[in-house]
Design a protein around this ligand. Structure first.
Ligand SMILES: Nc1ncnc2c1ncn2[C@@H]1O[C@H](COP(=O)(O)OP(=O)(O)OP(=O)(O)O)[C@@H](O)[C@H]1O
Ligand SMILES: [Mg+2]
Length: 371
């Protein structure tokens, strides 16, 4: 963005004020901590000089005998050094103490974040027997600004439910709630009758698999990336997942195959390839409930067909939510739920919705014109 808009100069300028402030503060800090230590050493020497001078003066003026004055000087010089030494040591550590206090403050900031609320003895789940139910759910990210206004969706085991609707209608929000990134304000989400909040969180996330629209690859090899959800998985399972995700042939065509290094700086994959790899990653974890968020929005038609086939592979036999902008991908969903402004305005199968001549029918007709 910076380069295409020719803003290199301006964005460097933007950092200048901060850099100058850092430079000024750092210089001041160094000057003060540099001065402090020699200043105190100087004072300690001055102190010794005063003691010796006073001792000599007392001896010379005759108010003390030379022997007593000498003993007096020795004792006081000794004391002066003893109490100055720790002070000098402390001041030389002053900079470090300041850094430590700053560090402690940051640690404290993290530690004072409220914990996620969850029951101590959350129930384990390893399968969905009957159904997932979203019941009259209301939710707001920020207090007073409700995003979902009473959403009810009932999904039977093994069903595929598609969520469609305009941008900002709350589709991704529903997905966030299913994975318990957030908790509902009122209403409930239940799996086989048990509230989501009563499940063990780690196990819930194991049960729910998510493919995001914007897939992330981590530093490591391709194989590491695919077995991310289950680092113990053997190579056969990795290859199997890649085959199901339709990405095996591409990986094999790379000179280093599954051992190809992936990193942020050296990103040699297209958006579609990344998407397929993240689908493979999700397949490998074998989730009971699957959520696909707009998995086909930024790829060509050949890749789209591949992703579609990969999705069909993962969806098979699993309870799944598919959030889609391209309606072609969800024609065979068991049920299509149309969201608008956080409310369900229509739901039913593709044929039923077409027959209603409502929002969905309109959306579908518009898309078909371009296909
Ligand atoms: N973290 C957040 N904090 C506050 N508001 C948010 C947050 N995330 C989303 N919203 C708001 O919630 C509403 C629904 O957003 P959501 O991401 O669910 O839309 P969506 O249906 O997934 O849209 P799209 O089709 O563009 O992906 C939007 O109005 C958005 O501004
Ligand atoms: Mg979204």
């Amino acid at each position: 963005m910076i380069i295409t808009n020719g803003l290199q100069h301006d964005s460097v300028e933007g950092f200048n004020t901060y850099n100058q402030r850092v430079r000024k503060t750092a210089t001041q800090g160094q000057i003060w901590s540099g001065i402090l230590s020699p200043l105190l050493s100087g004072m300690s020497l001055l102190n010794t000089a005063i003691v010796i001078f006073a001792g000599s003066w007392l001896a010379l003026s005759g108010s003390l005998s030379t022997g007593a004055a000498l003993a007096w000087v020795v004792v006081f010089v000794n004391y002066a050094q003893q109490y100055y030494q720790p002070i000098i040591t402390l001041t030389s550590l002053y900079g470090m103490i300041q850094l430590a206090i700053t560090g402690a403050r940051r640690v404290d900031e993290v530690r004072s974040q409220p914990d996620e609320v969850r029951p101590v003895n959350g129930q384990p789940i390893d399968h969905i027997d009957r159904a997932l139910k979203i019941d009259d759910v209301r939710f707001s990210y920020l207090p007073g600004k409700e995003i979902l206004h009473g959403v009810t969706i009932d999904v039977k085991k093994g069903q595929m439910v598609a969520l469609v609707g305009p941008t900002g209608s709350g589709k991704t929000t529903v997905m966030n709630l299913l994975n318990r990134f957030y908790d509902v304000d009122s209403g409930s989400i239940t799996i086989d009758g048990t509230d989501l909040r009563e499940f063990d969180l780690a196990q819930l996330r194991h049960t729910v698999g998510i493919v995001l629209q914007d897939p992330q690859l981590f530093t490591g090899t391709i194989a590491d990336n695919i077995r991310f959800g289950d680092p113990e998985a053997g190579m056969d399972r990795v290859i199997d997942a890649a085959k199901q995700a339709n990405i095996h042939d591409f990986i094999e065509s790379l000179p280093e195959g599954y051992e190809t290094k992936v990193s942020d700086e050296q990103n040699i994959f297209s958006a579609g390839q990344k998407q397929l790899m993240s689908i493979a990653r999700t397949i490998l974890t074998d989730p009971r409930l699957l959520i696909l968020d707009e998995a086909t929005s930024n790829v060509d038609t050949v890749t789209e067909a591949k992703i579609q086939a990969a999705m069909d592979n993962v969806i098979q036999g699993r309870t799944s939510f598919v959030i889609a902008h391209r309606l072609k991908t969800i024609l065979n969903a068991d049920r299509i739920v149309v969201l608008q402004h956080g409310r369900i305005i229509e739901q039913g199968s593709h044929q039923e919705l077409l027959a209603q001549h409502g929002f969905y029918a309109e959306l579908y007709r518009n898309q078909m014109v371009f296909e």
